[in-house]
Design a protein around this ligand. Structure first.
Ligand code: AMP
Ligand code: GLY
Length: 447
């Protein structure tokens, strides 16, 4: 096969996916629209200057360049219905339809969906009037979680520790949020786990589980500061836990997955195709609750997963294509997360961000990565960068991630931090004015 792929997106997630797919012998060319400074240098990969929401231009590009399959990275085009538009043109695309993508597009929809289908989740109530929300909060215990209904790039969730904080959160989200609805939900204690599946259909539905991941969502160390898209990720500690704990959790997650796919397919009268990310909270007693659904791969989870992902003799492209010939008509079984990560492998992802992120941040400065080790145990995935006169110029809040793989946790974490410290930031293109205050990263990834 000489496959031509278009990946839509410009983050670290899309760089990691392009890098992994470029290793497939079946893939001849990968285009990334619009891509970033990292995909610019990747083997077999070409950046295309088309924005992720310019669907007509993307369709023209696919037709003109005889692209075999388009893979959608970010949520916005999915929620806006890019898959429906490609399907109308009979173009092959991997991602859920607009209807399925409501699981991520509306927190009110997904909460109602979970309750109707008895999928475990925190108790919640939705509000469109400030006064009703405030009255409700007066009776509520703290902390409490307040979520904007629509898409907010991980920034529409506020955990309030007191009544006054929660009041501020309601004022902020109901003013800024275009959808004009919020959810107020009980705070759940525990350890978070991201379970991501590749969902497809070829006569019979199947879901292939990717390794479990622990994501670090808040900006600052020890879960302080505002929520972000994600500041780091590591192989999930439960993957290495005692087998009985692992199985207890796995059974509950599989049940959640099965109910989710079955019910959303019934509701939408069509099959869920694409990545499905289930954000979970695992309590001390190993009870699993759903925090959120995403209809795409996670960022920076993907950067971490792609470094270790080994589907045995199955090519990632075949799973995405629902091309089952190689292993018969029978779909591949859901792969247990414990089987995907060998006990002697641990991966660590630390995100380098621009000062100010997730609020207004610095941009248009330059990075020097020349001090970093060049080894198969380290991979840099870019996000908010472009290449300008051969230099790495910063254009986004999450700039890049340092990803490491090692035989044990301590080594992977140490390697990531040793290397991220070697990155230098400069105000000018000539790299004469060093200014390390332009960048930051969390110091506690892996804890
Ligand atoms: P969400 O976008 O709904 O996943 O929320 C973003 C982040 O907020 C999650 O990854 C959690 O860290 C936190 N969060 C959301 N809902 C809850 C909850 N009910 N209890 C505790 N933390 C939560
Ligand atoms: N890292 C969280 C997300 O991708 O939603």
């Amino acid at each position: 096969m000489d496959f031509k792929i278009l990946i839509i997106g410009q983050g670290g997630r899309e760089h990691a996916l392009a890098w992994k797919l470029s290793k497939s012998k079946k893939v001849s060319e990968i285009f990334v629209a619009p891509g970033n400074g990292g995909t610019f240098f990747e083997n077999k990969v070409t950046n295309v200057n088309i924005k992720v929401n310019d669907v007509n231009e993307l369709i023209n590009f696919v037709k003109k360049n005889l692209i075999d399959i388009t893979i959608v990275g970010p949520e916005v085009p999915l929620v806006d219905g890019i898959v429906n538009m490609f399907n109308k043109e009979n173009l092959k695309i991997f991602g859920p339809s607009k209807e399925h993508a409501q699981l991520e597009g509306s927190k009110v929809f997904s909460k109602k969906f979970m309750v109707e289908n008895e999928i475990p989740t925190a108790n919640s109530k939705s509000f469109s009037l400030k006064k009703d929300a405030i009255d409700y909060l007066k009776q509520h215990k703290f902390p409490v979680v307040i979520k904007a209904d629509g898409l907010a790039a991980g920034k529409g969730v506020i955990i309030a520790d007191s009544y006054s904080e929660s009041e501020r959160a309601v004022n902020k989200l109901l003013n800024e949020n275009e959808s004009k609805k919020i959810i107020i939900e009980d705070f759940l204690k525990g350890i978070e786990l991201s379970a991501i599946y590749i969902c497809n259909y070829n006569g019979r539905g199947y879901e292939v589980g990717l390794p479990w991941i622990k994501d670090y969502k808040s900006r600052d160390e020890y879960n302080a500061g505002p929520n972000t898209g994600g500041m780091g990720a590591v192989s999930h500690p439960f993957t290495y836990d005692r087998k009985n704990i692992l199985f207890k959790i796995n059974i509950q997650i599989e049940k959640i997955l099965e109910k989710t796919i079955h019910s959303i397919n019934q509701k939408c009268k069509s099959e869920y195709v694409g990545f499905l990310y289930i954000g979970l909270m695992i309590s001390k007693e190993c009870e699993v609750n759903v925090l959120e659904y995403n209809c795409r791969l996670g960022d920076p989870e993907t950067q971490n997963i792609m470094l270790t992902l080994d589907l045995g003799n199955i090519d990632l492209l075949d799973v995405i294509l629902a091309n089952n010939q190689e292993y018969g008509i029978i779909p591949p079984p859901p792969i247990e997360p414990s089987k995907l990560v060998s006990e002697s492998q641990y991966t660590c992802t630390v995100v380098l961000a621009s000062k100010g992120y997730p609020s207004e941040y610095k941009k248009n400065f330059f990075l020097d990565l020349s001090g970093l080790e060049d080894s198969k145990f380290i991979k840099i995935f870019h996000a908010g960068t472009i290449i300008h006169n051969g230099k790495i110029k910063v254009t986004g809040g999450r700039i890049l991630s340092v990803n490491t793989i090692a035989q044990d946790k301590e080594t992977a974490i140490e390697l990531a931090y040793q290397n991220i410290k070697k990155i230098k930031a400069y105000e000018d293109e000539n790299m004469s004015k060093e200014n390390m205050d332009l960048i930051f990263y969390r110091e506690d990834i892996g804890n």
